[in-house]
Every structure is written in C-alpha cells, then in structure tokens.
Design a protein around this ligand. Structure first.
Ligand code: NAP
Length: 314
C-alpha cells in the first residue's frame, strides 16, 4: 500500500477520500503545526506529502524522504518549499492557483474599503462605548475610493482579478511586474507606482526579488495620504519600517492579512495603531474556496503518486 503524509490539520472528508483511493494516510491533527522532527520521521517511507504554508519543506526534510514522488501544497504560494531541490530529486510539486484568486481579490478589496472608510475603527468605537456624539458632518471622515489611483505590485492572477474590481469602483489602475502584461492598466516602474498611488496593493509571490520590496525607501516615496494593503506574504514588507512610518504619519494607513511572523505576536506594535486593519491570513478563507483547494491539492497528490497529469503542477 502506498503511503501519504498530511502535515497539517486537514478536512476529514478529504482524508477519507485519500483512504478510499487505496492510500495509507498518516495525518497530523492539531492546529499547531508538527515539528520538523515529526515530519522527517514520518516522511521517510511516504510516497506523497500533502503540506501547507505552515510546514517548512527544506532540504533536510526532502533528504529524509526516501521514496517521495510528490509534494502537493494546499496553497498557491510555494515559498515554504525548496522547489529547486525537490525537483533535482525528481519530486513533482502540485499547488492550487486559480481556485483562490477571486476570494483573495475580494478580501483585498474588503481591506481597501475597510481602511479607507474606517469601517473597523467605527465598529471598535461602537463596541467600546465611544459613540457618544450625535451625527456631525466632520465625524469619522475617511478617504474616497472612487477616482483614486490603485497601484498593484505584481500583475499575476490576483493582480488581474483586482483590475476587474477596481474598474467597478471607478479607480485608475497602474501596476508593476517583472514583465509587462496585456491588461487594461498602465505598466509603470516601482518608483513611479510608489509616488503616484493612493492605494498600493502587493500581489507578488514571495521570492528573493520581492523580500522587503516595500521598505523604508519605498514608503518614503509614497504620498502621506496613501494606504498600503498586503495579502500576499508578510515578508514582502519590512514591517518595522512600515510600523515606524504609520506611527509618524508618513502614510495614512495600512491593511494587512499577512505578517512577517504568523500568528502575530501579542506585543506587535501594529496592534496598537488605529489606522491599521489587521486580518489573520484569511485571503482564501471561504467555505467554497477551501473546498476547491482541498479537491485540487488531493487530486494533485493522487496524480503525482500515480504518475498522471496533475491539475496544477509547478
Ligand atoms: P502569480 O500569478 O504567480 O503572480 C505573482 C506576480 O508577482 C507575477 O505577476 C510576477 O510577475 C510578480 N512578481 C514576482 N516578482 C516580482 C518583482 N520582483 N517585482 C514585481 N513583480 C513581481 O500569483 P498569484 O496567484 O497572483 O498570487 C500571488 C501571491 O499571493 C501568492 O504567491 C501567495 O503568496 C499570495 N496569496 C496569499 C493569500 C492569502 O491568504 N493572503 C491567498 C492567495 C495568494 P511576472 O509575471 O512578471 O513574473
């Protein structure tokens, strides 16, 4: 019997699906991810690995695997896997693009609106009993989204889905990517994007060229009235530089779904800032999308084990 290792808490019905397909399944069952030692011990005789972004699949883990044919990740991002090393060992890699694009783009728009229109701040105000003045024309003013410039860094699947939404909100879109794309938006360099955007959204994958792509220099170039939104990976922003800039009012606000350290530590200074909206890495977290991701990742895993074509392979 072929064996698969599931190294994060996964849906029971999809574990059953793997078993019904004749596989022996060893599955981790806690929200706290397993140690590297546990993964190394259990991957040694596994034919397939189903992992997520909470697992670091580095050389050491890959070297511990003696029969591994496939790594299937329950994510579109693959910065947690040493892809080149795995491929050099003839291990195939499956991932879940496309199926989470719309859910993530929707969340990003939610973040844009939430931070610009102070939605979460208003909710806090009511809950903490601080809504104690009648309506006045200057109360809780936010920033209009319509007519503003949206600067998208990274014009991939999510970037393109953002253009569609931005048009509906009457925004002008500019973007930067490594390569120019055939999209209804203006291709600009990163400096120009930083200077001209009212909303900067990061939609890049995490790779050596995007690590801290938003740093002190970038933020210095942004308008004081601008907002920064990130639902890609935490490490694309220098969080210390961002926190400092927010404290000093160098930009108006930020909305973040991802962080350099996750879960965010309770003494992270971002938590204390009013002009920041924080969500706990929920970009793709809808019932519908997580089911699609489960189906794709499980089918990728099965295809990898059987030597068949995967739905999405790196
Ligand atoms: P994608 O289609 O691969 O798009 C990534 C884009 O980033 C590409 O267009 C690429 O440009 C661009 N890029 C890479 N390096 C760059 C650089 N140095 N400068 C400018 N642009 C650069 O990926 P996607 O499906 O849109 O997803 C993007 C990322 O979002 C994922 O990798 C994942 O980490 C994250 N994500 C997060 C959540 C969440 O829950 N918060 C959900 C889904 C995805 P080229 O095409 O020119 O190479």
């Amino acid at each position: 019997m072929q064996k698969v290792l599931v190294s994060f808490r996964f849906f029971n019905e999809w574990i059953k699906f793997l078993k019904d397909n004749g596989l022996e399944v060893k599955a981790w069952d806690s929200p706290v991810p397993p140690s590297k030692i546990w993964i190394k011990e259990n991957i040694s005789d596994a034919d397939g690995l189903l992992c997520s972004l909470v697992n670091r699949i580095d050389r050491e883990v890959i070297d511990a695997a003696k029969k591994l044919k496939v790594i299937s990740t329950f994510s579109v991002g693959y910065d947690h896997i040493d892809v080149n090393y795995a491929k050099s060992k003839k291990i195939r890699i499956g991932y879940t693009p496309e199926v989470l694009t719309d859910a993530t783009a929707d969340l990003i728009f939610g973040l844009i609106l939430a931070v610009a229109r102070r939605i979460v701040e208003g909710d806090r105000l009511i809950r903490f009993g601080k809504w104690n003045q009648p309506w006045t024309p200057d109360f809780m003013l936010g920033t209009e989204v319509n007519g503003k410039v949206l600067g998208i860094v990274g014009m991939g699947r999510i970037g393109k889905a953002l253009i569609k939404r931005a048009k509906g909100f009457g925004m002008k879109v500019i973007y930067n990517s490594r390569t120019k794309k055939d999209v209804d938006a203006e291709f600009v360099d990163l400096d120009y994007l930083a200077k001209e955007s009212d909303f900067v959204v990061l939609a890049v994958d995490l790779n050596p060229t995007t690590y801290h792509i938003v740093n002190k220099d970038f933020i210095e170039k942004m308008k004081r009235s601008a907002f920064l939104i990130n639902a890609s990976r935490g490490k694309v922003i220098d969080e210390t530089a961002l926190t400092e800039a927010l404290k000093l009012g160098k930009i108006r606000g930020a909305a973040l779904d991802v962080f350099e350290e996750e879960p965010i530590s309770s003494d992270n200074p971002l938590i204390k800032l009013e002009n920041v909206v924080l969500t706990p890495h929920i970009g793709s977290a809808t019932y519908e999308t997580r089911q699609k991701m489960a189906e794709v990742s499980v089918k990728n895993l099965l295809a990898g084990i059987k030597g068949e074509q995967m739905i999405y392979e790196l």
